[in-house]
Structure formats: structure tokens, C-alpha cells
Write a protein that binds this ligand. Sequence first.
Ligand code: GDP
Length: 230
Amino acid sequence: MKPEATFVRSAAAVSDLPADGIPEIALVGRSNVGKSSLINALVRQRLARTSAAPGKTRLANIYRVQVAQGVPFHLVDLPGYGYARGGRSAAQAFDDLTHAYFARERRRPGQGAEAPSIGRRPAALLLVDSRHPGLESDKAAWTWLHTAVDEAAVVATKVDKLARGERIRALRELESVFQRPVLPVSAVTGEGLDELWRVINQLANSSSHPRRSRTHPRATAPLLPKKATR
Ligand code: GDP
């Protein structure tokens, strides 16, 4: 079934971000990793602007998505982080908007800054390029994400660009780096998209329930099956 998806807006600052309390799934990854292409492939329309030129935008693009009678949620496409291959900490890699996005207190729809937080944090998908497993910037992003979200999954993009042997090696390396199953996808061939939808639905449902404590964020649980589809 085709998901209902609309572009909500681009946000340059936290004040522009949606505050209606629906679950959020943040897409995090290096510039040019294929986030926009993946969004378009998932929703089967050209909602997101893709480009061959890296680092084109410092805005968060927000999409509202609903599949059949499922919970509506926002996909929040955060600005891509840089190309540095090593040495940069996660704190340097992410821009101010990304930091502010994850630090934001979330409140019930229609309630102002004085209202108590409902403690709902976004879930996240970390997108990594399957051709470049184990980049320091991706590892740093993953380490940092653990402090910022309760649930996350790792997705390996552009897997159509790898020959069979390369792909097996790359996925093995990725799973060793991230210590969890990694889902290979292609926006070009559509491979892995059904499985990614299952992960997204799980994330949307988990982030629609406020977590119990803000003081002890639990380590992200593996959301993908033990053996990812190859
Ligand atoms: P973003 O900066 O992360 O939003 O990346 P884009 O979606 O704009 O993609 C960057 C480049 O990678 C573009 O030239 C895309 O056509 C290409 N690309 C993205 N996804 C895929 C994929 O699954 N397979 C292949 N072969 N190319 C892709």
C-alpha cells in the first residue's frame, strides 16, 4: 500500500520544528549518503530534493508519513555531517541544529514551554554508505546517537553499487563496527525497502510511547532481525 506522505517544512532552527507531539524518526548520515533518495524511494514519490553535490543544505526537512491505519509520524531529515575521515569528534561532526534537535524537550500538542516534558524522544536511523564501512565520522555519530535516542537502527545505502563479494565483506565489516545487524538498501533497485518499512513502523510505535525515565536512557536495542537480508 502506498504511504501517504507530505512535505511539512524545512527547519533552520529548533523553533521551526514540529511541536504536535506525533512520533519522530530522525534520519542521520553523512552528506551525500543517499538520505533524500531513500526518502523518495520509501514514499514512492519525489518529495525530497536529491543532488549529486554534497553538503547542499543545513536545514532539517520534515515529512509527515502515514501508512494505512498506522500511527502518523514525522521523518526528520537532518543536515548531513561532513566528510572528515578521522579525528573529528561526534560533537564536531554534528551541526548546531542536529544537537538542538536531539536536546529539545518534547511537550504535548498545543502546550507551551512551561508545560512538563512528555519525555518522548525521537527514534533514529543512521544511514551509512555501504561502500565505505567503518568511517570514523559514522562511528562517532553512532556513539553520540546512543546518548540521544532510545531506539535506533543502522541502514547501509547504495548497496546496488557493490558486487556480490564486496557486499558480503562490507556488511560483515559494518556489523562488526556497529555491533548489530545492518540493513542493506538501495533506492535504485528498491532492495531492502520492505524490511526498512518494518523497522520504521517499529520505531514509530516505540517512539509514540513516552519513556519511563529521562535519567537512564537505555542502550538501543537491536531492531533488525539477527540475520539481516542479504
Ligand atoms: P543526501 O545528500 O544524503 O540526501 O543524498 P542524495 O539522496 O541526494 O544522494 C546523493 C547521490 O547518491 C545522488 O547522486 C544519488 O543519485 C545517489 N544515490 C542515492 N541513493 C542511491 C542508491 O541507492 N544507489 C545508487 N546507485 N545511487 C544512489
